[in-house]
Design a protein. Structure first.
Length: 261
């Protein structure tokens, strides 16, 4: 199925529905939720998924797992998606919180194939076997640290959201503490309690995750490093590898072959 609303087919009596969708550049899907669990794969482009808990950036050739009934908003940057909508009973192992994952070559091929299957595929036979294999592969995906958790504390959340709009790796914790009228030590405790991360670790991850969207838009690493406050491109690349385990090139070349139709 391609370019149809999931609402039109969500109640079909099949465990997995696969839909391919092409979006205009910088398209925004307003806050919504699905009855089924969703695997949202970026065949091209970069997505940003936002919930009340945080924001997840999904580079080309990666996917985000979105639990059932999770209100979420998605910003699409040059995106063509391949989505799976899974009956909750068919995936009891599905994570309770959004998660960005690496996608194996096998799962990618299965996703691309599944969108061309009949919506009400035979319950026995080749298409049912593809669905069974998809569900098996989904259980073994490698999580990627591409989420930026957001606090529930209103004051700290405002500061975090402002930082995400203009991240700076050298933004001092003292500025945040002053804005909240607390000590830096109290800020540190608040940050860890609200996000599960230290201020320094959160700041670094936010900068690296932000860079993925900028690279997808064609911003050179040299300019990006300077904009984020890194001393030079080498320092940015080192920080990128520390967070994601791979250099920036691993996230800028993966999708250049396109979505295979």
């Amino acid at each position: 199925m391609r370019n149809i609303p999931v609402a039109d087919v969500e109640d079909l009596d099949r465990a997995v529905l696969a839909i391919g969708t092409d979006y205009p550049h910088q398209h925004v899907l307003a806050l919504h939720e699905h009855r089924r669990a969703q695997v949202l794969y970026a065949a091209t482009g970069v997505m940003r998924v936002e919930t009340a808990e945080g924001a997840w950036t999904v580079p080309t050739a990666r996917a985000v797992l979105i639990p059932p009934r999770t209100p979420h908003r998605v910003t699409m940057t040059g995106v063509s998606t391949r989505s799976l909508y899974i009956e909750p009973a068919a995936a009891p192992w599905f994570p309770p919180r959004c998660r960005v994952v690496d996608v194996s070559a096998l799962l990618r091929a299965l996703l691309l194939d599944a969108v061309d299957m009949e919506p009400r595929y035979p319950e026995h036979g080749r298409d049912a076997t593809v669905v069974s294999l998809i569900l098996h592969e989904l259980r073994n995906l490698t999580p990627l640290p591409l989420d930026v958790p957001l606090p529930s504390d209103p004051g700290l959340r405002r500061l975090c959201e402002a930082f995400l709009r203009a991240p700076d790796i050298h933004d001092p914790p003292g500025r945040w503490a002053t804005a909240l009228s607390v000590s830096e030590r109290t800020l540190g405790r608040l940050f860890h309690r609200e996000t599960g991360m230290s201020f320094k670790r959160w700041r670094q991850r936010a900068c690296i995750v932000h860079s993925l969207q900028q690279m997808a838009a064609g911003v050179p690493v040299t300019r990006l490093a300077a904009t984020l406050g890194y001393d030079n491109p080498a320092a940015f690349t080192a920080a990128f590898k520390k967070v994601l385990g791979r250099p920036p090139t691993a996230f800028t070349t993966a999708g250049r072959l396109g979505p295979d139709a």
